[in-house]
Write a new protein. Structure first.
Length: 408
């Protein structure tokens, strides 16, 4: 899995002190572009190693950790010990980016706050990821994905009026925050290339998910159009009918705002063609949804897809994850990458989604075991064998080998 071509971030070092999803995902994207990402883990390993989503446990690395930590090396270190803290500060001197998502106050207690690290390395890009911001009334509240989805306003844009709001079926806020942090790092690095000056970058989950709804919230704040759910499960409060997912005879189909006259022709409901197009698609959305739904129940999805596509009505199947990975366009794009992991075997997982002509992303290694590269990293810092052995003997550093049996 070694890279043969140059990467955009070759030569940059990232210290990833984050846990869970948003921070590790952002750091992984930096690693995909060639950065040397060193995952700083506690002696027992990052929390995510023990808490897999969907209880998807691997052989020695569970799927959650595996999916968020490729292209990283692991240094397992006790930051509460003087020896471990000294090693981290040595790493900071050669680092370009320090990424953390500690709870407010923890970085200062550990002595890894921005002001402390800036004094050691003024060119450092220090990225802090939080739930709601470093200060303010919610600063110490739990920044958990579902809670942020609920606070973002997005839930009340889908589902039926009067029913429980509909959360996203993925860790949406975590992923959006990861992308935001990734962009923040790249912007700060570009600024440093131009000026030679490092800086602190603050990213929080609340601001990230609100900013993602730039258009929707502006329709409310500038256009003064209320966010209103309907009696039918219309898929978006600010898009004309019919717009949503409909049940067919055998599965489901997504339909995106077809002209009523054309829809009437395909589903054989003349009443739709007689409606005033300009007003009905907004004022009679529930009625249009119900009429459309009743007709689509009469035939299988494949029949409807063929009929709609023949007249350029925007439509599509509703995929399962099994359908996604088997889709011919997904296969053509190389969206899902495959590689062999030394402990987990053959791994299939989403790759890096941006294609650079001259400097493509590369897969250099899969997710590491706890402290797998501790000895290697210490040697790069200039520690000799005697000093390294002393650190291991003190318990300040650990290293798990890919060759050893998994501990119970």
């Amino acid at each position: 899995m070694a890279a043969s071509q140059p990467n955009i971030l070759d030569g940059y070092r990232v210290l990833d002190c984050s846990i869970a999803m948003a921070g590790p995902f952002a750091a992984q994207r930096l690693g995909d572009l060639g950065a040397d990402v060193i995952k700083i883990e506690p002696i027992g390993g990052e929390w995510q190693r023990q808490k897999p989503a969907g209880n998807a446990r691997g052989k020695r690395i569970n799927v959650s950790f595996l999916s968020l930590n490729r292209n990283k090396r692991s240094l397992a270190i006790d930051l509460k010990s003087p020896q471990g803290k000294a090693v981290l500060l040595d790493l900071v001197r050669s680092a370009d980016v320090f990424l953390q998502n500690y709870r407010p106050g923890v970085a200062a207690r550990l002595g890894v706050d921005y002001e402390t690290l800036k004094a050691i390395n003024p060119k450092l890009i220090y990225v802090s990821v939080s739930g709601y911001g470093e200060t303010g009334p919610y600063a110490k509240s739990p920044g958990q994905d579902l809670l942020l989805q609920a606070m973002s306003g997005a839930m009340l844009s889908v589902g039926r009026e009067g029913e429980a709001p509909s959360p996203a079926g993925q860790y949406l806020v975590d992923a959006v925050t990861a992308y935001t942090a990734f962009e923040g790092v790249l912007g700060a690095l570009l600024h440093r290339e131009r000026t030679g000056v490092g800086q602190r970058v603050d990213v929080n989950m609340l601001d990230s998910i609100v900013a993602m709804q730039m258009q929707e919230i502006s329709v409310h704040t500038v256009g003064h159009v209320p966010q209103t759910r309907l009696h039918e499960p219309h898929a978006h409060p600010y898009i004309r009918a019919p717009y949503g997912v409909f049940k067919t005879q055998d599965s489901f189909i997504a339909l995106s705002s077809p002209p009523l006259a054309l829809l009437a022709q395909i589903v054989d409901v003349p009443e739709l063609a007689q409606m005033d197009e300009e007003t009905a698609v907004w004022n009679r959305r529930d009625e249009i949804f119900s009429i459309t739904q009743a007709r689509l129940l009469l035939k299988p999805t494949a029949v409807w897809l063929e009929a709609f596509r023949a007249v350029d009505i925007w439509c599509g199947p509703v995929y399962s994850y099994a359908d996604v990975v088997a889709d011919p366009q997904v296969r053509h794009n190389g969206t899902i990458i495959e590689y062999d992991h030394p402990t987990e075997g053959r791994v299939r997982t989403p790759g890096f989604p941006i294609r650079f002509e001259q400097t493509p992303s590369t897969l250099r290694r899969g997710a590491p075991l706890t402290g797998e590269h501790s000895r290697e990293i210490l040697a790069e810092l200039g520690y000799d064998d005697t000093a390294i052995d002393a650190l291991f003997a003190s318990g300040s550093i650990v290293e798990e080998s890919t060759l050893s049996e998994r501990t119970p």
